[in-house]
Write a protein that binds this ligand. Sequence first.
Ligand SMILES: [Zn+2]
Length: 258
Amino acid sequence: MGYESMSAREHLYKSEAIIIRRSDLGEADKILTIFTPNFGKLRVVAKGVRKVTSRLAGHVELFTRNQMLLAKARNLDIVTQSETVDAYRPLHNDLSRIAHASYASELLDAFTPDALENYPVYKLTQEIFALISEDTHPDRVLRWFELQLLNYMGYAPELNQCVQCRGDLQPTTNGFSPAQGGVVCASCRRMGVGRDLSVNALKLLRLMQRNPYSAVSRVRLDPDLSGELTGVMQSYITYTLERELRSAHFVKNAGAVL
Ligand SMILES: [Zn+2]
């Protein structure tokens, strides 16, 4: 097929897109990081959207879901049209919810590779923005999101047997070891492995790991328990991401040597 017969239409594609990050490019453009149902995470360019006259600007806002028409380009694809289908408006009216959405977006960005389709994670992203907009306990939403995202990306912490001795867990204070990737039994904990993990925290982690949010939304989360869960998940995610970043760096360097 000759170049002349390629119509512009063949370079265009439609996609739903949730905007999880934006940064300035040049004088008037923005780079958007979007999550899509069929192409995974992409970085695309929205041209001229920092000019007051831009018609596109109102439809490429951060933390919104849009129907986009994109044009293939040599480097980053270009947003030619966009229409916001869900603005998640309550989220944008509340600083705490904006902070929660920022955290969810950062986590999503950190754990997902570019341009790899992951429809379940797209659906999860859509759900998480709706929940952060509406739920009375955005912290509970984030803990559930973390466990679900880790499931989908293959980094689920082990919550059903001791990661040190492979023994069964008793309903007592056990431990949690980010480095070993999950829960340690009470006797391994006594030998200094990991940090304390209460019975209730373990129950909730399991509930959140295995169930849709509707099952979790009925759980009352007091501040102590919420703090404990946050600490456990932070330690695990930090450890996992650092390990991943190190190994990605190693792979990159190994590739350069070969
Ligand atoms: Zn053990």
